[in-house]
Design a protein around this ligand. Structure first.
Ligand code: ATR
Length: 276
């Protein structure tokens, strides 16, 4: 059977093995998918061993996404734009590095949630790896505008400066949180790590347009601090990142197997397990 795995540290909490096992059942693909713990300085050795034992591909999670980028021989455009790799595919011509996080976000928004981005005002919070991974797929949807806001303004400026000509019709700008006062957005995406510290970005009141959607890339039982704040401040819908998790997995599965799994049942089951 073809072997796949998610590699990370820590990795025992990962839901990817269950997600890919469900995809394999549903599509009738014969494969195994396990969780692979690598020591912090042992990524390359672990990947080489897995490949030499017949491994066909890996998902890559914290803290190895930059190591995976360096390890890949070739990269998809979205991996190059993200500067990080969450999916490796081992083929006869070498190692392909892809990044399915951003497209997973966009598919969750547009397909699962029915939230079109085209013609909308989009606000992306954060300027780290998670935000960078989302840039190209978001721009490809041709929102009216894409605003990057971050605690450190220079990092938001630098991220915006990476995408000067990709979508000339999209108004791209960067600022700090305070400068958002008086502006309105249709879709607000939290890509900061604030939720990890049980915190929310300090946003000015009144940024949510009527019918707006607030999205947190993180997920947990109940609202994240960001989603709770967005609800209080008038966001019409608040959604966590569980769908993004399932959709990025589906994109990896598609890359490896050439088959797109149906994600709705897997997402529903995960939601049931997490509760809320
Ligand atoms: P990731 O790869 O998950 O994006 P990262 O590269 O460490 O992680 O980036 C973390 C992001 O979360 C940054 O945008 C960071 O803001 P700074 O660039 O100003 O550090 C943001 N962040 C982390 N904690 C935050 C908090 N409590 N409030 C607001 N932003 C926060």
């Amino acid at each position: 059977m073809d072997r796949y795995a998610v590699i990370g540290n820590p990795v025992s909490h990962s839901r990817s093995p269950a997600i890919h096992a469900a995809f394999a059942r549903e599509t009738g693909q014969r494969l195994t998918y396990e969780a692979l713990l690598a020591p912090p300085d042992g990524f390359v050795d672990a990947v080489k061993r897995f490949r030499s034992e017949g491994g066909r591909g890996l998902n890559v999670t914290v803290p190895f996404k930059l190591d995976a980028f360096a390890f890949a021989d070739t990269h998809t455009p979205r991996a190059l734009a993200a500067g990080a790799v969450n999916t490796l595919a081992f083929g006869p011509d070498g190692v392909l590095g892809d990044n399915t996080d951003g497209v997973g976000l966009v598919r969750d928004l547009t397909q699962n949630l029915g939230c079109a981005l085209h013609g909308r005002r989009v606000l992306l919070l954060g300027a780290g790896g998670a935000a960078r991974g989302a840039m190209l797929p978001l721009l490809d949807e041709h929102p009216t505008s894409l605003t990057l806001a971050n605690r450190s303004i220079d990092k938001a400026d630098a991220l915006a400066a990476r995408f000067p000509a990709h979508a000339p019709a999209v108004a791209l700008d960067a600022c700090g949180f305070a400068a958002l006062a008086g502006r309105r957005f249709d879709v607000v995406i939290n890509a900061t790590a604030a939720s990890l510290a049980n915190d929310a970005p300090p946003l000015p009141a009144g940024i949510y347009a009527p019918q707006s959607l607030a999205y947190d890339m993180m997920y947990r039982r109940g609202d994240t601090p960001y989603l709770a704040a967005a609800r209080r401040d008038g966001a019409a819908r608040v959604v966590d990142g569980l769908g993004m998790l399932v959709e990025q997995a589906a994109e990896s599965f598609l890359l490896w197997r050439g088959v797109r799994p149906t994600t709705a049942p897997v997402l529903a089951e995960l939601r049931r397990q997490i509760g809320g």
